[in-house]
Design a binder for this molecule. Structure first.
Ligand SMILES: CC(C)(COP(=O)(O)OP(=O)(O)OC[C@H]1O[C@@H](n2cnc3c(N)ncnc32)[C@H](O)[C@@H]1OP(=O)(O)O)[C@@H](O)C(=O)NCCC(=O)NCCS
Length: 183
Protein backbone atom coordinates (compact mmCIF):
# COMPACT_ATOMS: atom_id res chain seq x y z
CA UNK A 1 0.00 0.00 0.00
CA UNK A 2 1.35 3.47 -0.81
CA UNK A 3 1.88 5.88 2.05
CA UNK A 4 -1.04 8.15 2.91
CA UNK A 5 0.49 11.59 3.12
CA UNK A 6 -0.48 14.46 5.37
CA UNK A 7 1.38 17.71 6.09
CA UNK A 8 3.28 16.54 9.17
CA UNK A 9 2.58 12.81 9.27
CA UNK A 10 1.98 9.92 6.96
CA UNK A 11 0.43 6.49 7.45
CA UNK A 12 2.26 3.38 6.31
CA UNK A 13 2.09 -0.35 6.79
CA UNK A 14 3.82 -1.85 9.81
CA UNK A 15 7.41 -3.06 9.47
CA UNK A 16 9.15 -5.72 11.57
CA UNK A 17 11.64 -3.02 12.59
CA UNK A 18 8.80 -1.26 14.51
CA UNK A 19 8.69 -3.92 17.24
CA UNK A 20 11.06 -2.29 19.77
CA UNK A 21 9.42 1.13 19.54
CA UNK A 22 5.93 -0.33 19.75
CA UNK A 23 6.98 -2.32 22.79
CA UNK A 24 8.32 0.84 24.45
CA UNK A 25 5.09 2.80 24.11
CA UNK A 26 2.78 -0.11 24.82
CA UNK A 27 4.45 -0.48 28.23
CA UNK A 28 4.18 3.21 29.17
CA UNK A 29 1.43 3.82 31.71
CA UNK A 30 1.13 7.46 30.61
CA UNK A 31 0.10 6.22 27.16
CA UNK A 32 -1.73 2.96 27.75
CA UNK A 33 -3.79 4.17 30.69
CA UNK A 34 -5.72 6.55 28.45
CA UNK A 35 -6.73 3.77 26.11
CA UNK A 36 -8.55 1.93 28.88
CA UNK A 37 -7.44 -1.34 27.36
CA UNK A 38 -4.65 -3.21 29.08
CA UNK A 39 -4.79 -4.77 32.50
CA UNK A 40 -1.46 -6.58 32.33
CA UNK A 41 1.86 -5.28 31.04
CA UNK A 42 2.77 -6.47 27.56
CA UNK A 43 5.83 -8.58 26.78
CA UNK A 44 8.25 -8.04 23.91
CA UNK A 45 7.02 -11.31 22.41
CA UNK A 46 3.44 -10.03 22.44
CA UNK A 47 4.54 -6.80 20.78
CA UNK A 48 6.37 -8.82 18.12
CA UNK A 49 3.32 -11.03 17.56
CA UNK A 50 1.18 -7.91 17.10
CA UNK A 51 3.55 -6.42 14.51
CA UNK A 52 3.93 -9.74 12.66
CA UNK A 53 0.14 -10.04 12.48
CA UNK A 54 -0.03 -6.55 10.94
CA UNK A 55 2.78 -7.26 8.47
CA UNK A 56 1.09 -10.50 7.40
CA UNK A 57 -2.39 -8.92 7.35
CA UNK A 58 -3.69 -11.76 9.50
CA UNK A 59 -6.90 -9.91 10.40
CA UNK A 60 -7.81 -7.28 7.75
CA UNK A 61 -10.88 -6.13 9.72
CA UNK A 62 -8.64 -5.08 12.59
CA UNK A 63 -5.65 -3.84 10.66
CA UNK A 64 -3.50 -1.04 12.12
CA UNK A 65 -1.16 1.34 10.29
CA UNK A 66 1.91 3.13 11.57
CA UNK A 67 1.74 6.90 12.05
CA UNK A 68 5.10 8.41 11.08
CA UNK A 69 6.48 11.95 11.22
CA UNK A 70 7.31 13.24 7.76
CA UNK A 71 10.39 15.29 8.72
CA UNK A 72 12.39 12.30 10.01
CA UNK A 73 10.22 9.20 9.34
CA UNK A 74 9.96 8.57 13.08
CA UNK A 75 7.31 6.00 13.94
CA UNK A 76 5.00 7.69 16.48
CA UNK A 77 2.04 5.39 17.01
CA UNK A 78 -0.74 3.79 15.08
CA UNK A 79 -4.25 4.10 13.75
CA UNK A 80 -6.58 1.56 12.24
CA UNK A 81 -9.78 -0.43 12.16
CA UNK A 82 -11.17 -1.87 15.36
CA UNK A 83 -13.64 -3.81 13.27
CA UNK A 84 -14.20 -3.11 9.59
CA UNK A 85 -17.66 -4.28 8.51
CA UNK A 86 -17.91 -3.78 4.75
CA UNK A 87 -21.44 -5.17 4.53
CA UNK A 88 -22.77 -2.59 6.98
CA UNK A 89 -20.30 -0.01 5.68
CA UNK A 90 -18.97 0.88 9.10
CA UNK A 91 -15.94 0.56 11.31
CA UNK A 92 -14.54 1.75 14.59
CA UNK A 93 -11.20 3.50 14.72
CA UNK A 94 -8.44 2.98 17.23
CA UNK A 95 -5.64 5.51 17.53
CA UNK A 96 -2.61 5.92 19.76
CA UNK A 97 0.22 8.43 19.55
CA UNK A 98 2.76 6.52 21.62
CA UNK A 99 5.63 8.97 21.39
CA UNK A 100 5.09 11.11 24.51
CA UNK A 101 6.85 14.16 23.08
CA UNK A 102 4.38 14.18 20.17
CA UNK A 103 1.15 14.45 22.14
CA UNK A 104 -1.17 17.45 21.84
CA UNK A 105 0.61 18.78 18.74
CA UNK A 106 -2.23 18.18 16.32
CA UNK A 107 -0.73 14.96 14.97
CA UNK A 108 -3.63 12.87 16.24
CA UNK A 109 -6.09 15.17 14.48
CA UNK A 110 -4.14 15.02 11.24
CA UNK A 111 -3.80 11.21 11.40
CA UNK A 112 -7.50 10.80 12.11
CA UNK A 113 -8.46 13.08 9.24
CA UNK A 114 -6.27 11.00 6.89
CA UNK A 115 -7.89 7.84 8.15
CA UNK A 116 -11.42 9.26 7.76
CA UNK A 117 -10.56 10.24 4.19
CA UNK A 118 -9.73 6.60 3.43
CA UNK A 119 -12.87 5.36 5.21
CA UNK A 120 -15.32 7.69 3.49
CA UNK A 121 -13.66 8.53 0.16
CA UNK A 122 -12.00 5.19 -0.66
CA UNK A 123 -13.99 2.54 1.19
CA UNK A 124 -17.30 4.39 0.88
CA UNK A 125 -18.18 3.72 4.52
CA UNK A 126 -21.33 5.19 6.04
CA UNK A 127 -20.22 5.45 9.64
CA UNK A 128 -17.02 5.51 11.71
CA UNK A 129 -17.28 5.10 15.46
CA UNK A 130 -14.88 5.12 18.36
CA UNK A 131 -14.81 4.63 22.11
CA UNK A 132 -12.99 6.74 24.65
CA UNK A 133 -12.94 6.61 28.43
CA UNK A 134 -14.46 9.69 30.04
CA UNK A 135 -11.25 10.95 31.71
CA UNK A 136 -9.51 11.11 28.32
CA UNK A 137 -10.28 14.79 27.68
CA UNK A 138 -7.45 15.12 25.18
CA UNK A 139 -8.78 12.26 23.08
CA UNK A 140 -12.35 13.57 23.32
CA UNK A 141 -11.24 17.02 22.17
CA UNK A 142 -9.22 15.57 19.28
CA UNK A 143 -12.18 13.47 18.08
CA UNK A 144 -14.60 16.39 18.42
CA UNK A 145 -12.26 18.52 16.27
CA UNK A 146 -12.50 15.83 13.59
CA UNK A 147 -16.30 15.88 13.63
CA UNK A 148 -17.12 12.96 15.92
CA UNK A 149 -20.26 13.39 18.02
CA UNK A 150 -20.95 11.88 21.41
CA UNK A 151 -23.68 9.23 21.07
CA UNK A 152 -23.93 7.76 24.53
CA UNK A 153 -21.93 6.07 27.23
CA UNK A 154 -21.47 2.72 28.90
CA UNK A 155 -21.56 3.54 32.58
CA UNK A 156 -18.75 2.31 34.84
CA UNK A 157 -17.17 0.33 32.04
CA UNK A 158 -13.55 0.48 33.19
CA UNK A 159 -12.05 0.20 36.66
CA UNK A 160 -8.65 1.79 37.01
CA UNK A 161 -6.70 3.96 39.44
CA UNK A 162 -9.19 3.30 42.21
CA UNK A 163 -12.40 4.23 40.44
CA UNK A 164 -14.89 3.34 37.73
CA UNK A 165 -14.91 5.22 34.43
CA UNK A 166 -17.60 5.50 31.77
CA UNK A 167 -16.85 4.57 28.17
CA UNK A 168 -18.10 7.28 25.81
CA UNK A 169 -19.32 6.17 22.38
CA UNK A 170 -18.68 8.62 19.54
CA UNK A 171 -19.35 8.51 15.83
CA UNK A 172 -19.27 10.42 12.56
CA UNK A 173 -21.54 9.72 9.60
CA UNK A 174 -20.69 10.03 5.94
CA UNK A 175 -22.89 13.13 5.37
CA UNK A 176 -21.28 14.89 8.33
CA UNK A 177 -17.81 14.09 7.04
CA UNK A 178 -18.68 15.28 3.52
CA UNK A 179 -20.20 18.53 4.80
CA UNK A 180 -17.07 19.17 6.88
CA UNK A 181 -14.76 18.29 3.97
CA UNK A 182 -16.55 20.79 1.67
CA UNK A 183 -16.57 23.63 4.24
C1 LIG B 1 -5.77 10.73 21.87
C2 LIG B 1 -4.66 11.13 20.90
C3 LIG B 1 -4.65 10.18 19.71
C4 LIG B 1 -4.92 12.56 20.39
O1 LIG B 1 -3.87 12.95 19.55
P1 LIG B 1 -3.10 14.32 19.84
O2 LIG B 1 -2.16 14.54 18.72
O3 LIG B 1 -2.52 14.28 21.20
O4 LIG B 1 -4.32 15.32 19.82
P2 LIG B 1 -4.43 16.75 19.11
O5 LIG B 1 -3.22 17.56 19.43
O6 LIG B 1 -4.82 16.59 17.70
O7 LIG B 1 -5.70 17.35 19.89
C5 LIG B 1 -5.73 17.34 21.30
C6 LIG B 1 -6.59 18.47 21.81
O8 LIG B 1 -6.88 18.25 23.19
C7 LIG B 1 -6.46 19.36 23.94
N1 LIG B 1 -6.08 18.87 25.25
C8 LIG B 1 -4.91 18.34 25.66
N2 LIG B 1 -5.00 17.96 26.95
C9 LIG B 1 -6.26 18.27 27.35
C10 LIG B 1 -6.95 18.11 28.59
N3 LIG B 1 -6.37 17.59 29.66
N4 LIG B 1 -8.24 18.54 28.66
C11 LIG B 1 -8.85 19.08 27.57
N5 LIG B 1 -8.23 19.25 26.37
C12 LIG B 1 -6.94 18.83 26.27
C13 LIG B 1 -5.34 19.98 23.14
O9 LIG B 1 -5.12 21.33 23.49
C14 LIG B 1 -5.91 19.82 21.73
O10 LIG B 1 -6.97 20.73 21.48
P3 LIG B 1 -6.74 22.11 20.61
O11 LIG B 1 -6.19 21.70 19.28
O12 LIG B 1 -8.09 22.71 20.56
O13 LIG B 1 -5.74 22.93 21.39
C15 LIG B 1 -3.28 11.11 21.61
O14 LIG B 1 -3.25 12.12 22.61
C16 LIG B 1 -2.96 9.77 22.25
O15 LIG B 1 -2.71 8.82 21.55
N6 LIG B 1 -2.93 9.72 23.59
C17 LIG B 1 -2.51 8.55 24.35
C18 LIG B 1 -3.35 7.30 24.09
C19 LIG B 1 -4.81 7.58 23.84
O16 LIG B 1 -5.44 8.34 24.54
N7 LIG B 1 -5.36 6.92 22.82
C20 LIG B 1 -6.75 7.07 22.44
C21 LIG B 1 -7.64 6.16 23.18
S1 LIG B 1 -9.35 6.38 22.74
Amino acid sequence: MPHILGDKVYLREYLLSDVETLYQWRTLDEIVWWTGSYVWPESLEQARAFVEAQVNNVDPANRKFAICRREDDKYLGHIGYEYLDLRRQNTEVGIVIGDVTSLSKGLGEESLRLFLKVCFEELNLHRVGLRVIRPNKRGYRCYSKCGFKEEGALRDWHYSRGQWHDLILMGILRDEYMADAKA
